[in-house]
Design a protein around this ligand. Structure first.
Ligand code: ADP
Ligand code: MG
Length: 686
């Protein structure tokens, strides 16, 4: 008996060559095949009489071929097969381009179904390259809802349709069902067998909807259950209750007034920290929304209660900047703010380690050096991680281990649509800072191609003459020796080119992740002080770094960056009082690339950008395994639906509340599926 693990070559018509082509679509086993969902559907159910066909509409027509098809060879590589078909009401002219092989298949006097877009005129309708089937065995490609699959070289719709038909039959009744029966019933979800058949070959729109709903629910339910199961539930109590404090002294020490959203986030966190359960809160806010001061307020509250806090940043540069910002803010209030980074000498690290262990530092800012073996805290009550998406779940929990079940605050500048945050951070409470400090300007953004290069250089010069500074961002550090087109800009070579050939009278510096920490620090510091005019960099400047005098961000090969990343990069300018600009260079003319870059030009709102990214590319990016170690999403990445998401999330929580270790017999299929998903993803699931 074939099952989901059966090799795809089991299917008639799939040999070595096609199996190889299918593997490019990730299809090796029957299980891969039946979960290869259509990207769209074609509703070919509507039949029309020939008379009254309206040019432009797409329909199925039953008709008899009225003459012998004629093959005309126009020139090499272009031939036409022409004939006409009739029904009781009229005549339809049909032409096939470069499909001469059909000449022998199409028989005068026989009845066929043609499906295609009507051309010609109202009185003389025509079709070009219609889908056709003999009427006697029609019903596979016409007269029904037909699935449309994403294809690859060597795999046509027809091949997939055939394979799918056979694959579904071969799998018969054995689709495993990870959804507990009780969940399926409580949420009115269809059975697996029905769902797989109807997602590929829907009997009706209603059946398709039932199938989709079930399969999307299943995916999201699995994801939600997995994450909560893996991360463990928050049932422990904290050893570090931070009683409510009066924030007035802190507010008074600030050089600005907080926005309402900032105050809300601070209050939400302080309420958590005063509770018995350790806080687990995500603070989401666009670049520049002022998350740092929210963290500072919480660290101050912890300090007032006699506790230590730690603040972890993803890069050394960022850790150093945060340390400076936070000590400027907090030292006047009596706090000592230390810094610990990986590049410090062993001696220095020991010194800092002592100051941490004795409690001399009330707040330690650092990179992941903060969680290294040797570091011991005296009284760690609050752990803040900045730009969370750069850290794995593991690193976060390692820092958590350092204290007596401390409170956790995670800050992210990657706006994630609420729908997704609900699942991705299902175990976190969320504060959204959806308000920017007053007076923020919009950054004028332009998407351009090579022919504007000279103008952009001129514009750069103009801004430099006005005393501003400029960023150029490249996707690569070194030139790729494979890339002979020279299309991809690499930091070092490009900086040299700018310095020597374009701006010989200006100072150009470059920065990337492979430089020594000391050098990076020097380069960044020089740029902050305004000693460098142009900084050519990789995305290491993406997060957090603050240079108010920088007014232009030029991004090379912009198509290489995700929308959210572009948005982050753009957030590096417009941080002072100067009108700022962002230029996105791309010579990629693909429509999808143009569409994405156009969004950047249209809006500066990170949440809107995230929503658009989600719409254009699906949540693959957010669910991307690179960032989260999560399995790839299937259907749910094409269509997501807030209601299903909420329901799936609630169902997952309910199952885990009743059976936290998934030991119940009814949950074994679910447990097995979770194990499978996370092992396939290359990660242990404990
Ligand atoms: P984020 O980390 O959210 O990108 P930051 O915390 O770095 O943003 O804040 C960006 C800038 O805005 C900093 O220079 C900060 O001092 C300033 N800032 C923060 N909150 C306010 C506010 N309420 N009013 C004015 N400026 C603010
Ligand atoms: Mg920040």
């Amino acid at each position: 008996m074939p099952d989901l693990q059966t090799d795809i070559r089991y299917i008639k018509g799939i040999g070595e060559v096609r199996a190889k082509a299918l593997s490019k679509l990730g299809i090796a086993y029957l299980g891969d095949l039946v979960t290869y969902f259509p990207r769209a559907y074609d509703d070919r159910r509507q039949f029309s009489a020939i008379k009254g066909l309206i040019p432009g509409e797409t329909v199925s027509v039953r008709a008899i071929v009225a003459n012998e098809p004629r093959l005309q060879i126009i020139r090499r590589g272009l031939d036409l097969l022409k004939f006409h078909a009739v029904d009781e009401t009229g005549r339809l002219d049909i032409t096939y381009f470069n499909q001469g092989y059909r000449k022998d298949q199409i028989k005068q006097g026989e009845s066929y179904v043609f499906y295609g877009k009507v051309g010609g005129t109202l009185l003389a309708p025509a079709m070009q390259n219609p889908v056709m089937e003999q009427e006697a065995d029609a019903g596979r490609l016409t007269g029904r809802i037909v699935p449309i699959y994403r294809l690859t070289q060597g795999v046509s719709q027809t091949i997939l349709l055939n394979a799918m038909t056979q694959g579904l039959i071969a799998c018969g009744e054995v689709f495993p069902d990870p959804l507990p029966e009780a969940v399926r019933e409580a949420h009115g979800l269809a059975q697996t067998r029905f769902s797989y058949h109807n997602i590929h070959f829907p009997e009706s729109e209603e059946s398709l909807e039932l199938a989709r709903r079930r399969l999307i629910f299943e995916e999201l339910f699995l994801l939600a259950t997995s994450l909560h199961f893996i991360r463990g539930r928050r049932s422990e109590t904290t050893g570090r209750i931070v009683p409510p404090v009066d924030l007035e002294p802190f507010y008074e020490a600030l050089p600005f007034t907080l926005t309402g959203a900032q105050k809300r986030a601070i209050n939400e966190a302080l309420v958590d920290m005063a509770g018995e359960r350790p806080m687990s809160r995500l603070v989401q806010g666009d670049v520049g929304s002022g998350k740092t001061v929210v963290a500072a307020a919480c660290a101050w509250a912890a300090f007032r209660a006699g506790f230590q806090s730690a603040f972890m940043a993803p890069t050394e540069i960022l850790a150093e900047q945060h340390q400076q910002t936070l000590s400027a803010l907090l030292e006047p209030l009596g706090m000592r703010v230390g810094l610990l980074t990986g590049s410090m000498t062993a001696k220095k690290k020991r010194e800092v380690g002592d100051l941490i262990e004795t409690g001399c530092y009330h707040l330690v800012v650092g990179t992941h050096a903060l969680i290294s073996q040797g570091v011991r805290y005296r009284d760690l009550a609050l752990v803040i991680t900045d730009e969370q998406h750069r850290f794995g779940v593991d690193q976060r929990s390692a820092l958590k281990e350092k204290g007596d079940r401390p409170h956790m605050m995670v800050m992210s500048a990657t706006p994630i649509p609420r729908t997704l945050a609900l699942i991705l951070y299902g175990d976190l409470d969320i504060s959204v800072i959806d308000e920017l400090p007053p007076g923020r300007q919009t950054i004028e953004t332009y998407a351009v191609d090579e022919d504007k290069r000279q103008r952009i250089f001129n514009f750069t010069r103009k801004l430099l003459d006005e005393g501003r500074q400029v960023y150029y961002v490249c996707p690569a550090i070194e030139a790729d020796p494979e890339d002979t087109s020279g299309g991809m800009k690499a930091v070092e070579a490009y900086a040299k080119d700018l310095q020597e050939n374009i701006f010989p009278d200006r100072t150009v510096a470059f920065l990337h992740g492979k430089l020594k920490a000391k050098d990076k620090e020097k380069i960044m510091a020089a740029f902050v002080r305004g000693e460098t005019d142009i900084l050519v960099s990789t995305t290491v400047i993406e997060v957090g770094v603050d240079v108010p005098n920088a007014a232009l961000m030029v991004i090379e090969n912009a198509e290489h960056f995700g929308l959210s990343q572009l948005h982050q990069l753009r957030g590096r300018v417009g941080r002072g009082g100067h009108q700022s600009y962002c230029v996105l260079f791309s010579s990629n003319q693909a429509e999808s690339v143009r569409a994405r870059l156009a969004i950047m030009c249209k809006t500066g709102d990170g949440f809107v950008i995230a929503e658009e990214d989600l719409r254009l590319r699906g949540p693959g990016d957010f669910f991307g395994s690179r960032q989260h170690g999560l399995p790839e999403m299937g259907l749910a990445s094409f269509a997501y639906n807030m209601d299903v998401l909420k329901e799936a999330q609630e169902a997952a929580m309910k199952v885990l509340a009743e059976d936290p270790r998934l030991e119940d017999a009814a949950h074994q299929a679910l447990r097995a599926r979770i194990a499978e998903l996370f092992e396939i993803g290359g990660e242990g699931w404990h």
